[in-house]
Write a protein that binds this ligand. Structure first.
Ligand code: GRG
Length: 309
């Protein structure tokens, strides 16, 4: 991971000072570096130890960072990684444009690999991420969103980059399509579990530990799994309350909404859904070599469920 950070720092070079200032502001604010870690662990599990893994791990972190910069503008978010978002600090134009810089720098780096399959995986993933975000926009304020509709969005906007990170390791390792498919299945399930937990934490997390505001999804009129389950289980009065809150897109009724989520036990059902995905991720590694990297990938899937921030 230190090597990845070196590549990240080296490839932020630009003659325009604002590019480095905004990019360093968000990248050096921390962040779990989950996607690069996934790519490195998967490479290790499959026996690949070449330097290209550091470059591609930096590429996925750049793409991830570009999506965060754009997402915080779209959502008008003010807090991320425990401090003011880049849009709050530098303004929307700088955030969008430096997101474009990081996204296109990532593409320069992937072209440097000269590997068509690598380019295809990353081009497809970023296109699906953007499409998922547009679908999420279309779904905004729709209190009737189904669990299936929700899952489709999170597979695109979040799980796709996890899937791509895992697939890239298989390509680097020269594994066949069967192993690449297992990597993809692991990445997709891990990313889905991760986003389901993220959505649970928006209602019951510790805002301080998470470094972002609670109730953001409700404020944005975003229907996520805790509310979808509460909608299925609630009384008519409870459903009407949830519907009003999602349609209004306001945190004014956050307390009452959280109370409905609690009374319908929707949070434990949400966490159980994440646990199912984590289990799917582990199952995908059944035929993997039994080494310490595979062990770490199994632990990573289990540890997501314990995540509090
Ligand atoms: C620039 C390709 C491109 C697309 C723009 C706005 C957008 C389209 C995509 C946004 C996708 C997005 C932000 C999905 C949410 C994923 C998510 C849960 C991010 C938080 O990830 P963590 O917790 O962040 O890994 P850290 O801070 O740890 O890095």
């Amino acid at each position: 991971m230190r090597e990845v950070d070196k590549v990240v720092a080296a490839r932020l070079d630009s003659s325009v000072a604002l590019v480095g200032n905004v990019a360093r502001y968000i990248i050096l604010a921390g962040g779990k570096r989950l996607r690069p870690a996934l790519l490195l662990l998967m490479s290790g599990a499959l026996g690949y130890a070449g330097a290209q893994r550091f470059n591609l791990a930096a590429v996925v972190e750049f793409i991830h960072t570009a999506t965060l910069l754009h997402d915080d503008v779209v959502d008008a978010s003010t807090l991320r990684r425990g401090r003011a978002t880049a849009n709050e600090h530098f303004g929307n134009p700088a955030s969008v444009l430096v997101g474009d810089f990081l996204y296109s720098r990532a593409f320069q780096m992937m072209v440097e690999t000269g590997d068509m399959r690598v380019m295809q995986i990353l081009a497809d993933a970023t296109n699906v991420i953007a499409e998922g975000e547009v679908q999420q926009l279309v779904n905004t304020h729709d209190a009737a969103l189904s669990e299936r509709g929700y899952l489709e969005v999170i597979r695109s906007k979040t799980a796709k980059l996890f899937e791509a990170s895992a697939r890239l390791a298989a390509v680097l390792a020269g594994s066949g399509t069967e192993v690449e498919g297992q990597c993809a299945a692991y990445g997709q399930a891990l990313g889905t579990a991760f986003q389901v937990i993220d959505d649970a934490l928006d209602y019951d997390g510790d805002a301080h530990e998470m470094g972002k505001n609670l109730g953001d999804d409700l404020r944005e009129g975003k229907m996520t799994l805790p509310l979808i389950i509460a909608m299925q289980r609630g009384t008519e009065a409870q459903k009407a309350l949830l519907r009003r809150a999602i349609e209004a897109g306001s945190t004014e009724d956050l307390g009452a909404v959280v109370e409905v989520v609690r009374r319908t036990d929707a949070m434990s059902a949400t966490r159980a859904a994440a646990a199912t995905q984590a289990r799917l991720a582990m199952d995908a590694l059944a035929a993997f070599p039994a080494n310490s990297y595979t062990q770490a990938l199994l632990q990573l899937a289990a540890s997501l469920l314990e995540r509090r921030a």
